[in-house]
Design a protein around this ligand. Structure first.
Ligand code: PLP
Length: 423
């Protein structure tokens, strides 16, 4: 019997793109080779965290087995090797993001910490009473709460650019909100709850026309889209390693060098200083000024391995593969009785949020888990987005390079099972 999923191997790749050899690359992800509830695992929760290829696991193990040492401060060989590997990882991230200088890349724990750093440093220095920060209605809590804290502390006002029923940002409304009081605009490159890809270049033009700066939350974009921060012309770009096939506890903040140099330090401690006395402390150069304390050296090395892995596949091929999965799954999901997709943006990336008539998303997730299928249910840390659609929660299937059309067929079969169980 031929299932729809089998047709994928017969598909020719779109012009100009090299088709991913997904069967082959799945072998690079040891975790995928297991059964859950007696069924082969189908992992559809990459937006929460991606799985890690073996080369990332090996890079981390190799570092700890051979080079582990504290960086920058040591004169011995291990410290020199660890420092070189850490700074090489910074260069890998620079190239991945298309930044001009490695000094524009600050290693952080992830997108959340990157955004808090900008709110705590740029915000503290540049945002005051009566100023305005603008976010959109599709933001993750990580790109809302740091700005709320800043507004509470500074007397600034948080404004929210609305989205439409498709889940697209209303650009004219955003533009109307921008003015002489706007200091910073913070938007997702890709929405984690809706999959919407925002037109960052166009937003950057509007933001710069009013003299403000643009922070882009790239947590959901970095593993899926070709990135070039200079082309996007954003001032800050934040992403997390663990959503980009790298380890947890590492991510990066890109900041234009002139901004980073002007910004005050965020956290104080070792490494971010050149000299300390009780009379005067002199801060280190960027990016070290923003990296207080011992950093996650192994994490940075693992992240660089993940970026090299993605680059080896070719981001254009990744985008084509995932676009195919999005189109295929949209059609398949819409054929499921009682299913509504939440958010139908014209440019969508790697995520489908949906609800089933009369069935709570948590029940959907629990029954699918019993079928060996991992999806996410809840508000996805985007409660204002849920509110916009009048929902407390959705079910969310999200894709990565290792997913196939057959995984989507399993999801659809699983949703039939949900209907059977829930009557
Ligand atoms: N922004 C978006 C759009 C996200 O999806 C997430 C995580 O789901 C974050 C920020 C926060 O990322 P992290 O928890 O890795 O800091």
């Amino acid at each position: 019997m031929t299932t729809v999923g089998d047709e994928q191997s017969a598909q020719t790749s779109p012009a100009g793109g090299k088709a991913l050899d997904v069967d082959r690359l799945r072998e690079d992800f040891p975790i995928l080779d297991q059964e859950l509830s007696g069924q082969p695992l189908v992992y559809l929760d990459t937006a929460a965290t991606s799985q890690k290829p073996r080369c990332v696991l090996e890079a981390i193990a190799c570092y700890y087995e051979n080079d582990n040492s504290n960086i920058h401060r040591g004169v011995h060989t291990l410290s020199a090797r660890a420092t070189a590997a850490y700074e090489a990882a910074r260069e890998t991230v620079r190239s991945f993001l298309g930044a001009r200088e490695a000094a524009e890349i600050v290693f952080v724990r992830g997108a959340t910490e990157a955004i808090n750093l900008v709110a705590g440093s740029f915000g503290r220095a540049k945002v005051g009473e009566g100023d305005e920060i603008v976010v959109s209605e599709m933001e993750h809590h990580s790109n809302i709460v740091p700005w709320q804290i800043l507004c509470e502390e500074s007397g600034a006002r948080l404004r929210v650019a609305p989205i439409d029923e498709r889940g697209e940002l209303l650009l004219e409304e955003l533009e109307k909100m921008l003015g002489p009081r706007t200091r910073l605009v913070a938007v997702a490159h890709v929405s984690n709850a809706l999959g919407t890809v925002n037109p960052v270049r166009e937003i950057a033009r509007m933001v710069h026309d009013c003299g403000a700066v643009l922070l882009v939350d790239g947590a959901q974009a970095a593993a899926h889209l070709a990135l070039d921060v200079r082309e996007l012309d954003c001032d800050f770009y934040a992403f997390s390693g663990h959503k980009t096939y790298g380890p947890t506890g590492i991510g990066a903040l890109y900041g234009k060098s002139e901004l980073l140099r002007e910004m005050p330090p965020w956290q104080g401690g070792g490494e971010m200083v050149l000299s300390v006395s009780f009379e005067e402390t002199i801060y280190n150069e960027v990016p070290h000024k923003f990296e207080a304390g011992t950093p996650n050296v192994a994490g940075a090395i693992g992240l660089a391995a993940a970026i090299d892995y993605l680059a080896g596949l070719g981001i254009e091929s990744v985008r084509r593969h995932e676009s195919d999965l999005i189109a295929y799954s949209e059609e398949a999901l819409l054929a499921v009785p009682g299913l509504s997709l939440i958010g139908r943006p014209r440019d969508k990336c790697a995520v489908h949020s949906f609800v089933l008539d009369g069935i709570h998303p948590h029940d959907v997730g629990t029954i699918l888990d019993g079928e060996g299928i991992a999806i996410r249910t809840g508000h996805h840390c985007a409660q204002p987005t849920m509110k916009r659609f009048g929902l407390p929660a959705t079910a969310r299937a999200s894709f990565g390079i290792y997913n196939t059309r057959a995984d989507i067929d399993r999801l659809v079969a699983g949703l039939d099972r949900v209907h059977e169980v829930m009557g």
